[in-house]
Design a binder for this molecule. Sequence first.
Ligand SMILES: Cc1cc2nc3c(=O)[nH]c(=O)nc-3n(C[C@H](O)[C@H](O)[C@H](O)COP(=O)(O)OP(=O)(O)OC[C@H]3O[C@@H](n4cnc5c(N)ncnc54)[C@H](O)[C@@H]3O)c2cc1C
Length: 398
Amino acid sequence: MRAVIIGGSIGGLFTANMLERAGWDVVVVERTAEQLSARGAGVVTHPELFDDLTIAGVSKQDLAIVHVDRRITFGTDGSKEYVLDFPQGLVAWGELHQYLSKTVRTSQILRGAMLTSFQDTEAGVLVQLADGRSMMADLLIGADGFRSTVRRLLLPSEQIDYAGYAAWRGLVSEDDLDGDVAADLMSCFAFGFPKGEQIVGYPVAKPDAEAAGSARQFNYVWYRPAADMVQLEAMLTDAQGNIHRDGIPPHLLRSDVLAQMRADALRVLSPQLAAAVRATRQPLLQPIYDYAASRFAVGRVALVGDAAVVARPHCGMGVTKAGSDAAALLDALSAHPGDVRAALQLYDEVRRPLAHALMHHAQDLGNTIGDGKSPAPPPIVRKLMQEIAVAPQLHGAN
Ligand SMILES: Cc1cc2nc3c(=O)[nH]c(=O)nc-3n(C[C@H](O)[C@H](O)[C@H](O)COP(=O)(O)OP(=O)(O)OC[C@H]3O[C@@H](n4cnc5c(N)ncnc54)[C@H](O)[C@@H]3O)c2cc1C
């Protein structure tokens, strides 16, 4: 049996790995020609992620995980306003991607190849690539992210919704931080809750090649309002006037947008977090969206990861969710050997309610950002410190 997987990021690799272990012939189609492992920032680990990695044959000992034992909210004056004991392991996205790539043993990975269309027929799914190649599959999996082409073709009337804010993400080497700042930020999971905004940050390991000097870097996600599409598009417009609605490549961010962001960091963030933001060489801008597919599978075609559900990053579950989707898909295929359509129906029934519940939980966390008129009150800050980047107990609900 052959599966074609569109997307060679975390969701695609988890799925390729697990299907291959179950005896499937797997082809992965990834539109980016170069290795994705060089990109990305930080990922929070959860017990569920380790369960998924175990199924994929990856031991936690194989990964460079940085451990912190406390969560600290820094006030705008730099004081440690709230401290919570909370041990957690953090890993670099690139490390995880690289490791998963290595475990996909015999699959063919077609890099620089892009799906343009497919046709689900009685004989199988006919997959068409942009370069003219086509292939037949018993199973097609859309692991092609929040702007999924597979999903657009499968569920054409469904749209992603802009949440009204965007996140600045960045990685800064520990070597580029002053000693006091590094001492504060590199030993904890850091929070800041300026009016109408939210920032979280934590240390992760550097990729091997960069391990000269400190072996660690600080990763942060700073959520800021850009209330409507006009404001957002202004930030996504490059110096030539092109609007990058699907995400602006970091090197095309305009200098005035970056300068404003750096000036705002000084104005609204604690001195430690502002220093980290301002020391970042190549910040990324990520608009925040909500989306939950009404179906995770139709016929012989299934969606996994962000193609199926985009949960705002506050709950830090994007990578874990993709791994758990892959594991659920494997379980469903094992329950219906030789009957892909029945298996995918089961996958949809089992996985969709949980992923929808996760999206709603992430929305709730994001909606606490508020209107910016007053700072988050202490009970909300405490709740957020306990729930951000923590796997929730979900009871599937539509
Ligand atoms: C380069 C990169 C860096 C990231 N860094 C982080 C991070 O630091 N922290 C974090 O929490 N999350 C990060 N993410 C997001 C994270 O991977 C996802 O939220 C989550 O893991 C679900 O992954 P996914 O595989 O479903 O989707 P994605 O990770 O979005 O991957 C989708 C993949 O599909 C490919 N693709 C899209 N359309 C087509 C097509 N038509 N044909 C072929 N290929 C296609 C894309 O190139 C991409 O590689 C990153 C994603 C990417 C792509």
